[in-house]
Every structure is written in C-alpha cells, then in structure tokens.
Write a protein that binds this ligand. Structure first.
Ligand code: SAM
Length: 208
C-alpha cells in the first residue's frame, strides 16, 4: 500500500522537540495530553516488558510510558532528535521490524490525523496489534469538535491548507474494531472543543 507522504522541512525535528509543545498554546496541549494518557494508563493492565512509542517523534511522550521504551519513527531526523538512552529504530508503522507480541504495550500518538483514509489507518492499527501483547493507546482527531469545524471553515475560505484528517468518534472506534482491537476507554482533551482524543484499546494477545 502506498503510504501517505509526511514531508517536513529541514530543522523541523529540532523545532518540534524544543518549541512546538513548550511555547504558546502548545504547553497547555502538552499538559492535557499527558493527563489524558495517564488517565487511560490508570485503567490498563499489562505484563512486564518493553513498550513501543511509535511514532515517537522526538520522544516527547516516551517518559509517560511504564517500563523500558523502544522509540520508532519514520523520519531519521526525529529519531536523531530523541537523543541517546533508549533503543530506537527508523521504521514505518506500516511494517514494524519486530516479532509478533514483542511489546507489553504501545502508544501511537499524533499520527492518525495525518493519515487520510480508513484503510490506511486500519492497516496501521493492525500492525500495532501484531507487535503488541498488551494495551495500545492511540490518538485521533475527533470531527465532532469546534476546532475541526473551524479548520473546515478556514479550508473552505482557502485560509488553511492543513492536511489533517478528523473522523467521528463512533467511526474511529469501528476502525479500531476492524483492526481486531477492542476499545476500552476514550479520553478527549476537551470534548467538543478540541480535536485531539485518545483511545485505550485492548491488544489481540491481552487477557485484560
Ligand atoms: C506529530 S509527530 C508526533 C510525535 C509524538 N508521538 C508526539 O506526540 O510528540 C508525528 C510523527 O509521525 C511520524 N510518522 C509519519 N508517518 C509515519 C510512519 N508511517 N511510520 C512512522 N512514523 C511516521 C513523523 O515522522 C512524525 O515524527
């Protein structure tokens, strides 16, 4: 399957690491995202072992995961920006270089809004489910939000060329199920206001 391109200009990885979630509204978003992830992890059970952060970006959320973390991103600049200290790999979430059930849990944070089609999103969720024997937390952009309506309006007025895709909560949960995962809990950052929403899913190998 042809992957949705995700191209960034030079210096983007360093700016993403050092500024995107530390300045302006980004710091509030960062705080709310961490809170949402913690709330979901508090409802999950997992066995001992490594966790997967994919895509890790510059590793912003890795510290929130319990246990040793393996960071994976398609962009070598992002992998480089993660810094030393953790095992890392430059790879696509479409073809993760790990055996079935390698990880105790996984986080897929801030990727799926860049993926335009349900088919491609489901393929990514399936691949995460393959390598993970425990809970998976995945984020998506909820179309039922003021932020999304504003984005749509700006797009219509030609003021926004953002390629982000939002999907209704129910439709996304059906995509999760189509990937063989069971949605357990949903945590919006600010429901109906902002798009970003996290879902805790039960992996295929999980006895939760
Ligand atoms: C918005 S960043 C999110 C990073 C991190 N999870 C966070 O929340 O800060 C999205 C990341 O997805 C990566 N990415 C895009 N497509 C990918 C793919 N097919 N496989 C792995 N990484 C991908 C990009 O390189 C980028 O680092």
């Amino acid at each position: 399957m042809a992957e949705t391109p995700y191209l960034r200009e030079s210096g983007y990885a360093e700016r993403y690491r050092d500024r995107r979630f530390r300045e302006g509204s980004g710091s509030g978003t960062d705080r709310r995202e961490r809170r949402a992830l913690r709330a979901l992890l508090a409802q999950a059970k997992w066995s001992a072992g490594p966790w997967l952060d994919a895509p890790s970006g510059a590793g912003r959320m890795s510290d929130e995961l319990p246990g040793p973390v393996v960071q994976v991103d398609r962009d070598p600049a992002m992998v480089g920006a993660c810094g030393p200290g953790r095992p890392r790999a430059c790879a696509s979430v479409h073809a993760l270089p790990f055996a079935d059930g390698t990880f105790s849990g996984a986080l897929c944070h801030r990727l799926l809004q860049h993926i335009a089609t349900p088919v491609e999103r489901i393929a990514i969720l399936r691949e995460l489910a393959r390598v993970c024997r425990g809970p998976i937390v995945v984020s998506f952009f909820d179309a039922c939000s003021l932020q999304h309506l504003r984005r749509q309006l700006r797009r219509r007025l030609g003021k926004n060329r953002s390629g982000r895709s939002a999907v209704a909560r129910g439709a996304f949960l059906r995509e999760v199920q189509a990937a063989g995962l069971q949605p357990i809990a949903v945590q919006a950052l600010r429901r109906f206001l902002t798009e970003q929403t996290l879902v805790l899913c039960m992996g295929r190998h999980d006895g939760q």
